[in-house]
Design a protein around this ligand. Structure first.
Ligand SMILES: CC(C)(COP(=O)(O)OP(=O)(O)OC[C@H]1O[C@@H](n2cnc3c(N)ncnc32)[C@H](O)[C@@H]1OP(=O)(O)O)[C@@H](O)C(=O)NCCC(=O)NCCS
Length: 449
């Protein structure tokens, strides 16, 4: 069990109050206390979730809480205590995440909340420090999360690792340039079959798509394939459909339908939670099948990859009404191990100056060297005074959040540079870096956590 005692950090003064701080109350006016951090003991995980209802101003149902407890690992949950009162919670899942040419261990930060009487006193900062230390101890070179408000995490060095989009289209507008024919058969399955068959399809997609998280049986059974009354939010039950050819799973869909039988006829809304195929044709066949379900007025999809194949498959892609948002926030915890875990294009080397306030062991000058073939990269720290000797002049300079946004291939150095977040220090340095980091497939994450 991890137990840390955290003393209240001195504020630098009332002038530091940020606009989002409660009523503009300066840090110094707030009472000081000793905050203790610890993991739950035997059977305590459920109790440790109690601050979340106040933090999110939304209680979780008993069903949702029980499900959450199933997924969580007790020693990866941390509670912040003011005396006997628990005032904060955070935790991490143990994930394997696909990166270009391989995969890494990733800490999936989750259940983050501090109750309103104790916000803006550094409690999240302390819990985040605890989670980072534990992830590094476990050999995880990156952390990932989905943010309620991205501003919270960018200051901790998280970068926009994947984009997330949603769309809404009228089925009549969903016509394909090249409709596909399938010899396969569609059938509804139950949770048991979905857990077995969907995971095979997902597993084949996962290999070629950076950002995708490996799913355990528990995550399938009590997550993606799980249905609950409270999760329906006015929609119908979860439908689980498989497309098989010769008994081999080719694509699946998880969706709900909200019935709407108005005066002018049916206008049901189908919300696709996840549609995945082993190849382009199988996935298109599944979308074609969904678009033809009777009585629909509209079809929505959430957390879809960006760019989406339907943008190139439909006759009128604008009718998708695509909305793009932020997906997975990625945080490189150990720059050398994280960069060594992925592959690159060709061979070459890149020297860069990295700033990292929250994880200062990453700050400094690094040299990435890739031998022929793009795999087997090595990353070493280079002393700044070695510059000039042996070609260690830096090509570029950036902050860890920028490098984290580039890591999975979601953004390029050139794009970060246009946003003022990468500085080129040697002419051609950015183009050379992009030539090494380029990836064939944009990263995506569709696992909510
Ligand atoms: C988000 C939350 C956990 C922050 O906890 P906290 O203990 O107040 O955070 P800290 O005091 O450690 O703040 C750390 C830094 O982040 C900043 N910060 C915290 N919340 C922020 C927000 N919502 N927007 C912008 N910045 C924020 C703080 O100002 C502080 O910056 P500083 O170090 O420069 O002073 C808490 O406000 C909360 O529970 N919110 C509602 C639930 C939620 O959104 N959870 C996150 C789920 S992904």
């Amino acid at each position: 069990m991890y137990v840390y005692i955290v003393m209240r950090v001195e504020s630098t003064g009332a002038g530091d109050a940020k606009p989002w701080q409660d009523g503009g109350m300066p840090h110094d006016a707030m009472p000081r206390e000793t905050i203790t951090l610890r993991s739950p003991g035997e059977g305590e995980v459920l109790d440790f979730l109690s601050p979340l209802a106040l933090a999110f101003s939304e209680p979780l149902s008993d069903e949702e809480l029980a499900n959450e407890v199933r997924h969580l690992e007790a020693d990866r949950v941390v509670g912040a205590f003011d005396g006997d009162q628990q005032v904060g919670t955070a935790g991490a899942y143990t994930f394997r995440m696909t990166v270009p040419g391989g995969e890494v261990g990733a800490a999936g930060i989750t259940i983050v909340g501090v109750i309103p009487t104790h916000t803006r006193r550094g409690i999240l900062r302390q819990m985040m420090t605890w989670l980072v230390a534990q992830a590094r101890e476990r050999g995880e070179p990156v952390a990932v999360l989905g943010a309620s408000e991205a501003a919270i995490y960018q200051r901790f060095g998280y970068g926009l690792g994947t984009l997330d989009s949603r769309f809404e289209i009228e089925p009549l507008r969903a016509t394909f340039v090249h409709p596909v024919e399938t010899a396969g058969r569609f059938r509804f399955v139950d949770t048991d079959e979905a857990t077995r068959l969907f995971s095979a399809v997902y597993g084949s997609m996962r290999q070629g798509t950076p950002g995708v998280l490996a799913r355990t049986e528990v995550l399938w059974r009590f997550g993606m394939a799980f249905d609950s009354q409270s999760a329906r939010a006015g929609n119908g039950p979860k439908s689980l459909v498989i497309l098989e050819e010769d008994g081999v799973p080719r694509a699946y869909a998880i969706y709900r339908v909200k019935a709407d039988w108005g005066h002018h006829g049916p206008r049901n809304t189908l919300t696709a939670i996840e549609v995945v195929g082993v190849d382009a044709d199988s996935e298109q066949a599944m979308w074609q099948w969904l678009f033809r379900i009777d009585l629909l007025g509209s079809i929505k999809a959430m957390r879809v990859r960006m760019p989406h194949p339907l943008q190139l498959q439909l006759t009128e892609p604008r009718r998708l009404n695509l909305t793009v948002g932020d997906g997975l926030w990625v945080r490189i915890l150990d720059v050398d191990r994280a960069l060594e875990a992925r592959s690159y294009v060709g061979d070459g080397s890149l020297t860069f100056d990295l700033t990292d306030d929250f994880c200062p062991w990453n700050a400094g000058r690094w040299q990435l060297t890739v031998p022929g073939g793009g795999a087997g990269a090595s990353v070493v720290a280079v002393a700044a005074d070695e510059a000039g000797a042996g070609g260690t002049e830096p090509d570029l300079a950036l902050d860890v959040s920028a490098l984290s946004a580039i890591y999975l291939g979601g953004f390029t150095f050139a794009e970060l540079s246009r946003a003022g977040r990468v500085t080129e220090l040697r002419p051609g340095g950015i183009a050379a870096a992009d030539a090494m980091f380029v990836t064939a497939t944009k990263p995506w994450n569709s696992t909510p956590f």
